[in-house]
Design a protein around this ligand. Structure first.
Ligand code: ADP
Ligand code: ADP
Ligand code: ZN
Length: 210
């Protein structure tokens, strides 16, 4: 199953993708996470994208498409994948169509107010990338990851100014993808505002696996 998770920042794409990995046994490929790993080790990709990401703008299409093309060529992605955070522009969507055919596009919907509340309370594990929330998905220990014990940190782009910029960028550049995929009959809308378990149930229904 080749899936795309679409939705504004904070919609719950990463959280649902982590569940989707267990349900569907396919890899979770997050362009944001790939960029953050590159930034953590400050390789050439990391130093190229650091400032752009921290300000909440998009990395250029050429760099992003190449990254995804290389990742999708790996063995574990041959029978399926969850693409989280890619494509984010029409140009990226058209490029993807030339090297991989997707089965479904899940569009997670939430309000701006909910996105702001979620992102400002998000905590991410420095070691394994797991997501937590200080109110909605509390880690057992305030600064430690439940999964691997790694340190939890606040993403630089989860500060209010960068969040507002990202929501604006989403509206301008990513929103047109909803119609693009709807016209191809691939889009399934999912209400992202419920509890994580409810969102997971809706996800299974969308894939007709429960
Ligand atoms: P995205 O990948 O779309 O940016 P995340 O999965 O990182 O979103 O979720 C953003 C924040 O909201 C995280 O702190 C996460 O723990 C929390 N979250 C995710 N899904 C839900 C939900 N259904 N209800 C409440 N909080 C959620
Ligand atoms: P979010 O939680 O906002 O959905 P991600 O972790 O998916 O964030 O992405 C973080 C940042 O990485 C984005 O704000 C952007 O700067 C960069 N990025 C991720 N995916 C893409 C993409 N497909 N195109 C351009 N930039 C991207
Ligand atoms: Zn961890």
């Amino acid at each position: 199953m080749k899936l795309i998770f679409l939705g504004p920042p904070g919609a719950g794409k990463g959280t649902l993708a982590a569940k989707g990995v267990e349900i569907c046994h396919i890899p979770h490929i997050s362009t944001g996470a790939l960029f953050r790993s590159a930034i953590a080790i400050m390789n050439p990709l990391g130093s190229k994208v650091k400032a752009v990401i921290e300000e909440g703008r998009l990395v250029d299409d050429e760099t992003t498409i190449l990254l995804v093309k290389e990742r999708l060529a790996q063995k574990d992605a041959q029978s399926g994948y969850i693409l989280d955070g890619f494509p984010r522009t029409l140009f990226q969507a058209k490029a993807l169509a030339a090297f991989s055919a997707v089965d479904k596009v899940l569009n997670l919907e939430i309000s701006d107010a909910a996105a702001l509340e979620r992102l400002s309370g998000r905590r991410v594990c420095r070691k394994c990338g797991a997501n937590f929330h200080i109110t909605f998905n509390k880690p057992k220990h305030e600064h430690r990851c439940d999964v691997c014990g790694g340190e939890l940190f606040i993403r630089k782009d989860d500060r209010e100014a960068a969040i507002r910029e990202r929501l604006e960028v989403y509206r301008e550049q990513t929103l047109p993808l909803i119609e693009y995929y709807r016209n191809q009959g691939l889009l399934v809308d999912i209400d992202g505002q419920g509890l994580v378990d409810t969102v997971v149930t809706n996800f299974k229904k969308a894939l007709e696996i429960c």
